[in-house]
Design a protein around this ligand. Structure first.
Ligand SMILES: Cc1cc2nc3c(=O)[nH]c(=O)nc-3n(C[C@H](O)[C@H](O)[C@H](O)COP(=O)(O)OP(=O)(O)OC[C@H]3O[C@@H](n4cnc5c(N)ncnc54)[C@H](O)[C@@H]3O)c2cc1C
Length: 288
């Protein structure tokens, strides 16, 4: 399929991109890696009159640490996340998660900002962001605002991002030393989206859980934070009984959409299993 005709714009700065969004209005769409937007345009689900390509804006790329925070430019690609020594050392959950996304071709062009902005519950970054307690910098004509990942995702393809704003940066507090992490994803084949997946960050105090953060992928119309499971685990040891209860509490909030990957009951059960495995793996990696 060939997309409908559009005009192409390639600003060199965030300020110019925002100015363009203001001038062009709701008919304009931002273009990042294009791996979600272009398929939608080819299927004519999206027919923007203007594409504003963020690809030439150098200030939107890169990974750095500022104080106790990791800052990632929205146009940083999955491949760059996978190659980052800083992330491997300080936020390995993100590296593990990026490795589960699509295939190398998609990962060379697909960006973390595009994956988050698309608002697709099947995308992997939203659950990783929830588990990592990330915040997003949204830049618009009135300046910057910083919003938490928890609460940012409103529904299917719907986020807090306004039409005249750009997601410019992702901020992640450096996880406490000794934290365990895991992203467990069930998919049918390489390049497929998750049947179910769970992201976990785990802090231990002695034998007990000090803090658990759990994000669920493709378990409902948007990414889910498994709050009851997180609260239940606080102060508990990780054993068969607590893993089963945490998995049950995660399954309780699942409302997956049936599709070729399975019916709702199967997907809910797989969400429980991914949660159990992610907690187990994070526990094995955590140092009290
Ligand atoms: C074969 C295939 C398999 C895939 N498998 C997976 C998978 O397993 N897991 C997964 O998570 N994803 C998967 N994807 C999706 C892929 O990760 C996309 O790259 C990603 O969803 C979108 O990122 P992008 O940079 O390509 O954004 P684009 O496609 O360019 O944009 C997506 C949307 O976000 C908006 N947008 C982009 N950047 C910004 C920004 N900085 N600020 C505001 N809005 C912005 C665009 O306007 C558009 O609406 C797959 C894609 C393909 C083609």
């Amino acid at each position: 399929m060939i997309p409908a005709a559009f005009d192409y714009h390639a600003p060199r700065s965030v300020a110019d991109a925002i100015k363009l969004l203001g001038q062009l209005g709701p008919e304009a769409k931002l273009l990042a890696g294009g791996h979600s937007l272009l398929p939608m345009m080819k299927l004519r689900f999206a027919q923007p009159a203007h594409l504003v390509d963020l690809g030439r804006i150098a200030e939107l790329r890169g990974i750095s640490q500022v104080g106790n925070e990791i800052r990632i430019g929205a146009m940083t690609t999955e491949h760059e996340l996978l190659s980052s020594k800083l992330l491997a050392e300080k936020a390995p959950l993100l590296v593990e998660g990026a490795g589960w996304i699509a295939d190398p071709q998609v990962r060379y062009k697909g960006t973390i900002g595009g994956d988050i902005s698309h608002g697709d519950p099947a995308n992997d970054h939203p659950a990783l962001m929830i588990a990592l307690d990330a915040s997003f910098v949204l830049t618009g004509p009135k300046g910057e605002r910083v919003v938490k990942a928890d609460g940012y995702f409103l529904g299917l393809y719907s986020t807090q991002l306004a039409a005249d704003e750009i997601l410019t940066q992702i901020r992640i507090p450096v996880p406490a030393a000794g934290s365990g992490w895991s992203y467990q994803k069930l998919k049918r084949k390489t390049g497929d989206f998750a049947t179910a997946a769970t992201a976990v960050m785990l802090q231990m105090k002695g034998k007990s859980v000090a803090k658990a953060a759990i994000g669920l992928t493709n378990a409902g119309p948007t990414v889910l934070k498994a709050r009851e499971a997180e609260a239940y685990l606080a102060g508990k040891e990780i054993n068969d009984a607590s893993l089963n209860e945490a998995a049950r509490l995660a399954m309780k909030i699942c409302n997956p959409t049936p599709d070729q990957r399975g019916d709702a009951d199967y997907k809910r059960a797989m969400c429980g299993e991914m949660t159990r495995r992610a907690l187990q793996a994070a526990h094995a990696r955590a140092k009290a």
